[in-house]
Design a protein around this ligand. Structure first.
Ligand SMILES: [Zn+2]
Length: 180
């Protein structure tokens, strides 16, 4: 975990007490944008401008770096080359001197999780209901029309027959109620 605390430090220039945020440790996995590591490198971590005179106040305390390869102490006031060397040794800094930010490793972790979920826990949701598309609607309307016509034709056929042989034919059935 990245540990934060407020430290009260007296300005070496004007003597006013300032409160500055002190990072006692940095977890590189939680340093999502790599900004804390960058501040550690350029020496601005654990520094603050004096509220009164604007002089930069530096808290020269060691910072615990917690990264996947292990833990080590670095001081923001250490020599830049030394800091780079240490960060490279622990894989926090790439050989191209780019910060391997926590975001990348978190993203990869999340991706792995998602992949595992997809592989072993298939969705139990039922398949989606068929949607009534405009095409389906038109098709239904046409088939209704066609069936009505067929019924009508049959009826007129029966009527013709009844005219030829009225005695044999029963009264025509009432047309079925129209489909809603
Ligand atoms: Zn000051």
């Amino acid at each position: 975990m990245t540990q934060l605390s407020l430290k009260i430090i007296r300005c070496p220039n004007c003597g006013i007490e300032n409160r500055i945020v002190y990072y006692a440790s940095i977890n590189t996995l939680m340093d999502l944008d790599g900004s804390q590591t960058a501040k550690l490198l350029n020496g601005t971590l654990n520094t603050s401008k004096c509220e009164n005179c604007g002089v930069r106040i530096r808290l020269s305390l060691d910072v615990l770096i917690n990264c996947p390869k292990g833990m080590f102490y670095l001081n923001p006031t250490d020599d830049l080359e030394y800091k780079k060397e240490q960060l490279k040794t622990y894989g926090v800094l790439s050989e191209e001197e780019k910060i391997v930010s926590g975001q990348v490793s978190l993203f990869l972790k999340a991706k792995d999780k998602l992949y595992l979920k997809k592989q072993y826990q298939p969705s139990s949701l039922p398949p989606p209901a068929p949607k009534i598309t405009p095409h389906t609607k038109i098709y239904n309307e046409i088939s209704e029309e066609v069936s009505k016509k067929l019924i009508k034709n049959k009826k007129s056929e029966r009527d013709k027959k009844s005219k030829i042989a009225p005695k044999k034919v029963k009264p025509p059935l009432p047309p079925p109620p129209p489909k809603s």
